[in-house]
Design a protein around this ligand. Structure first.
Ligand code: HEC
Ligand code: HEC
Length: 358
């Protein structure tokens, strides 16, 4: 009997001490959380697998002084790859996607189909095979073609626009547009742009158009941005880095003879600035940009002041009224210099062209 009473008291004591342990653990955890909030108010660290660096998401955006973009209701969303149909048509779409992602394996200097390009992939500039928000995506492409091209001054089919990126962005030769490859790229782009109407306004399509600065973009300031935020991947000479198999780039070149030529879209600094603002350094997005607009304009000016292959463009933009105001080569309908057309300030040019449809 006495034994039983003793064990009852023992049990009660055990319960009390268990409760004390639990309560103290709770308090230790609470104090820990409070302390960590005090010392790391920016939130948890974010690991960037591409760069191997760890940074804090809010710190990145805030330190750059860039404003995170807000998403509007009419935002374009790429179709999910799981909706690619089965069968022959699906096979073509998948092959088209593969060709955009690893163009160089097929058409680069060591390409398995033809050796007609500089070794870049379409995806280097049209991120995630042209599906990323403001990542130079193909959202509105198919719906808008065939289209009267200002550059070519004639109505062009979609296949010809694709060929132009081969000749300019990939500084290469025109592929056979009736080939299985170009037809597959078209099939993929059709699938990507399904449901999009001609002239439909889509938030997030192509690249963002940044507001013009009051001053000219400055290659010197841009060089400082490049060294701080781009060099570690793209290389001090902008030469990029080939992958171990030497067939395609891990980090594509930004200038030099393996990069896009001066007839490419990226050579216009408004296109370059809009692209890098929301996508570079790699890992940045529209919602979490890492450059200010000014840094984007200046780094665009720096990169596009470096040497690259020249393309004869005397047949481009024959209708001068249609020539983009940041096109670096004259003649123009106005009296502004080539230098101002390349680097700005663009506001006075825009003002002078008020009545033109550019
Ligand atoms: C962490 C590495 C990294 C950093 C830093 C980085 N990039 Fe990139 N960049 C990439 C990768 C990777 C691609 C290709 C993306 C793909 O193929 O999906 C790319 C593509 C590009 C392209 C289009 C392709 C080309 O070569 O023309 C441009 C332009 C570009 N980067 C500019 C910049 C600028 C400007 C900066 C600095 C503000 C920068 N990048 C910083 C990794 C980086
Ligand atoms: C060096 C960067 C770069 C590379 C590489 C590149 N493009 Fe482009 N591409 C651009 C830019 C910038 C634009 C938009 C500006 C313009 O129209 O010139 C564009 C526009 C296009 C368009 C028109 C989109 C529209 O909505 O009107 C198509 C189609 C296209 N590219 C296909 C390709 C294909 C296919 C490849 C690979 C063979 C490729 N691009 C490689 C930079 C690039």
């Amino acid at each position: 009997m006495a034994k039983k009473i003793r064990s009852e008291t023992e049990k009660a004591l055990m319960n009390v001490s268990r409760a004390i342990v639990l309560i103290s653990v709770f308090f230790i955890v609470l104090v820990g959380i409070l302390l960590s909030l005090l010392f790391f108010p920016q939130g948890p660290a974010v690991f960037f697998p591409e760069t191997g660096s760890t940074a804090n998401a809010t710190m990145l955006a805030a330190s750059a002084g860039s404003t995170p973009g807000t998403i509007s209701a009419d935002t374009w969303k790429a179709p999910d790859v799981s909706t690619i149909p089965a069968g022959k048509s699906g096979e073509m779409i998948r092959y088209g996607k593969e060709l955009l992602a690893h163009t160089s394996n097929y058409f680069g200097p060591k390409g398995s189909i033809a050796q007609i390009t500089n070794g870049m992939n379409c995806q280097n500039c049209h991120l995630d095979a042209g599906s990323r928000l403001f990542g130079n995506n193909y959202a509105g492409f198919i719906a808008s073609y065939p289209k009267k091209s200002g550059r070519g001054n004639k109505v062009e089919p979609a296949s010809e626009r694709i060929a132009e990126c081969f000749e300019r962005s990939l500084a290469g030769k025109v592929p056979d547009t009736s080939s299985k490859e170009i037809q597959s790229i078209l099939a993929y782009m059709k699938w990507m742009g399904k449901g999009v109407q001609k002239k439909q306004k889509l938030f997030g399509a192509a690249t963002e158009k940044l507001a013009f600065m009051d001053v000219a973009a400055d290659p010197k300031k841009g060089k400082a941005v490049f060294i701080l935020k781009c060099k570690r991947c793209h290389g001090i000479e902008g030469e990029g880095l080939l992958a171990a198999d030497k067939k395609e780039y891990t980090y594509p070149p930004l200038w030099g003879k393996h990069s896009y030529n001066d007839g490419a879209g990226m050579y216009r600094i408004s296109n370059f600035a809009g692209f890098v603002k929301n996508n570079m350094p790699y890992g940045a997005t529209y919602q979490n940009p890492q450059l200010t607009d000014e840094e984007a304009w200046n780094v665009a000016a720096f990169v596009n002041s470096q040497p690259r292959l020249h393309k004869d463009q005397h047949n481009d933009w024959k209708d001068l009224q249609k020539k983009p105001i940041d096109f670096a080569f004259g003649p123009y309908t106005d009296t502004f210099s080539e230098k101002q057309h390349k680097y700005g300030p663009f506001k006075p040019i825009k003002e002078a062209h008020k009545n033109q449809s550019i």
